[in-house]
Design a protein around this ligand. Structure first.
Ligand SMILES: [Fe+2]
Ligand SMILES: [Fe+2]
Length: 139
């Protein structure tokens, strides 16, 4: 069981709840691994995770775009690279040793998500917060 901690919140309400949802899906993967579910089941969970990742990234990119975030392109490239890696991991769950590949996927996705949320995502939140403060100071 993976435990979500309040320290993973970055202070942007909608994105925080989407991150929590991503975390819940990684937990589903964890449960499937611990119960040694069939490759198809693990593949389905990874497929659901991939879909939600794509949804979350699109929402996040739209938010950054709406605020004119200057590092948008680099952030999008990081998202795209991650999506490609998760797709490759799902493929290996279905075609190679499923449990071994799933354990690899769980570790990779969890590490990547936490690192990305606390580093790359936290940066656009700081930028938006600064823009909001500047707008308030002007009014
Ligand atoms: Fe995010
Ligand atoms: Fe992101």
């Amino acid at each position: 069981m993976l435990v979500w901690e309040s320290a993973y919140r970055i202070g942007e309400k909608e994105m925080d709840s989407q991150h929590l949802m991503l975390f819940a899906l990684v937990n589903q993967l964890d449960i499937n691994i611990n119960q040694e579910m069939a490759a198809e089941c693990i593949g389905d969970v990874l497929g659901a995770l991939e879909s939600y990742i794509a949804y979350h990234f699109a929402q996040e990119e739209a938010l950054m775009r709406s605020w004119g975030y200057p590092h948008l392109d680099a952030h999008v490239a990081t998202h795209e690279d991650f999506i490609a890696k998760v797709a490759a991991l799902r493929e290996s769950v279905l075609t190679e040793n499923p449990l071994h590949s799933a354990i690899k996927a769980r570790g990779f996705v969890l590490d990547w998500l936490l690192g990305h949320i606390l580093g790359t995502d936290a940066d656009y939140v700081r930028y938006i917060a600064a823009r909001k403060t500047a707008a308030q100071d002007r009014s």
